[in-house]
Write a protein that binds this ligand. Structure first.
Ligand SMILES: NC(=O)c1ccc[n+]([C@@H]2O[C@H](COP(=O)([O-])OP(=O)(O)OC[C@H]3O[C@@H](n4cnc5c(N)ncnc54)[C@H](OP(=O)(O)O)[C@@H]3O)[C@@H](O)[C@H]2O)c1
Length: 326
C-alpha cells in the first residue's frame, strides 16, 4: 500500500486506514455489529497492508479499543499506528453553545481517559490521541494546552489531534495557532468538499496531518441506500438519514453513479476521491465486513484523471450543521 507522512509526526501510514466506530458496536452507533467476525476483518486488514487504525473510547465503551489491542498482540511484529479519542465528559456530540472547556475536557478527565485507552489498547504510548469534539472558543484556555503538553512530555502520547465537528472544518484554527495540534480529523468526501477551501491549504503549509473520515457519507456513497431505506430506531443512522436528508441524498447518489468508470464501483470512486488530495494523510472508511475490507484496501494507490476529478467536484454539497447532523 502507498505510504503517506502523518504530517510532522515523523511516521508514515498506509493511505487507507481503518475506521473502527461500527466494529466497536454498543449503543449510539451502527446496529448490526458482530464481535465474532470483527477479528477476521481486522486480521485481513493487517494482512492487506493497513497500518493506521482509528478508534475511540466511546466506540463500544472501550470495546473497539480492546479489539484493536488484541489485534496488535496477534500481529506483534507488524507496523501499526493506533489513534484514539478522549470522549467529551458530558457526552455531548457536538458540544452545545453553552458548554465550557471544563464541562467537556477538564484536565482530570483527559488524564483518566488517556489511561483507560492505554489499558484497552495494551500500549505504553498512544501514537495519536485526539479530542473527540472541539470548539475553537476554548482554544486560548490553558487547561487543555497544559494537559496535552504533559502527556507528550511524559511520553504517553506521540501526537495530539482533534476531530472537528461535522461540517465545521475551520472550527479548529485558533487551536492550530497554539502549535500543539499535529493532526485534524475531518469529514471529507465527494459531497463534503469544504475542507479543501481553507483547512487543507493550512495543513499543507504547517505540515499538519489530515485524517479524512466518513468517506462514504455514513454509507450513502456506497450506493446501497434507497429512498425506502430505514434503520432501527436505536441506530444513529435513523436520525442522520431521516426524512430531511435521505431523499436528497439518494437523488444525488443516483446522479453520481453515471460517473463510475467501467470495471470499478461507487465505493471505489468515493475512496479515490478522498485520497486524491495531497493534504490527506489517511482516509479511514468504517468497515465491519471482511468483503468491505478487501475491496477498500485494494483501492490504495489508484489515481483519478483530471476530467473525472472535475466531474466529481461538481457534486460538492455544502450543508449547514443542524439537529440531525450530529
Ligand atoms: N466525530 C468523530 O471523530 C467521528 C465521527 C464519525 C466517524 N469517525 C471515524 O471515521 C470512520 C469512518 O466513518 P463511518 O464509519 O461513520 O462512515 P463511512 O466510512 O462513511 O461509512 C461506513 C459504512 O460504509 C459501509 N462500507 C464500507 N466499505 C464498503 C464497501 N466497500 N461497500 C459497501 N459498503 C461499505 C460500512 O459497512 P460495514 O460496516 O457493514 O462494513 C458502513 O456501513 C469511523 O469508523 C470512525 O473511525 C469519527
Amino acid at each position: 500500500m502507498r505510504q503517506r507522512a502523518m504530517g510532522r509526526l515523523g511516521w508514515t501510514v498506509g493511505e487507507v486506514g481503518y475506521g473502527m466506530w461500527g466494529i466497536g458496536g454498543g449503543p449510539g452507533g451502527f446496529t448490526g455489529w458482530d464481535y465474532d467476525t470483527a477479528p477476521t476483518a481486522l486480521d485481513l486488514a493487517v494482512e492487506l497492508g493497513c497500518t493506521f487504525f482509528d478508534t475511540a473510547w466511546v466506540y463500544g465503551r472501550g470495546k473497539s479499543e480492546s479489539l484493536l489491542g488484541e489485534l496488535r498482540r496477534r500481529h506483534a511484529g507488524a507496523e501499526m499506528r493506533l489513534a484514539t479519542k478522549v470522549p467529551p465528559r458530558n457526552r455531548e456530540w457536538p458540544p452545545r453553545p453553552h458548554d465550557t472547556l471544563e464541562d467537556v475536557f477538564p484536565v482530570d478527565h483527559v488524564l483518566e481517559f488517556t489511561r483507560r485507552s492505554l489499558d484497552n489498547l495494551g500500549v505504553d504510548k498512544i501514537d495519536l490521541l485526539q479530542f473527540h469534539v472541539w470548539e475553537d472558543r476554548w482554544a486560548a484556555e490553558p487547561g487543555w494546552q497544559r494537559v496535552v503538553t504533559r502527556l507528550k512530555d511524559e511520553g504517553l502520547i506521540d501526537g495530539f489531534g482533534m476531530s472537528v465537528n461535522r461540517w465545521e472544518p475551520t472550527n479548529c484554527f485558533a487551536a492550530l495557532d497554539t502549535g500543539l495540534v499535529d493532526a485534524v480529523q475531518v469529514i471529507y468526501n465527494v459531497f463534503d468538499q469544504a475542507p479543501e477551501d481553507e483547512l487543507f491549504p493550512r495543513a499543507l503549509d504547517e505540515d499538519i496531518a489530515i485524517i479524512a473520515r466518513v468517506p462514504f457519507d455514513e454509507g450513502s456513497l456506497t450506493g446501497t441506500l434507497t429512498a425506502d431505506t430505514t434503520f432501527p430506531p436505536e441506530d444513529w443512522r435513523a436520525v442522520y438519514f431521516g426524512p430531511e436528508n435521505l431523499p436528497p441524498t439518494v437523488e444525488r447518489v443516483e446522479e453520481l453513479r453515471e460517473l463510475v468508470p467501467p470495471g470499478t464501483t461507487l465505493p471505489e470512486l468515493a475512496l479515490r476521491f478522498a485520497l486524491h488530495h495531497p493534504a490527506v494523510s489517511a482516509v479511514i472508511p468504517g468497515m465491519r465486513r471482511p468483503e468491505h475490507v478487501r475491496s477498500n484496501l485494494r483501492v490504495a494507490g489508484s489515481e483519478l484523471g483530471p476530467d473525472l476529478l472535475d466531474a466529481l467536484r461538481a457534486h460538492r454539497w455544502d450543508r449547514t450543521p443542524t439537529h440531525w447532523s450530529m
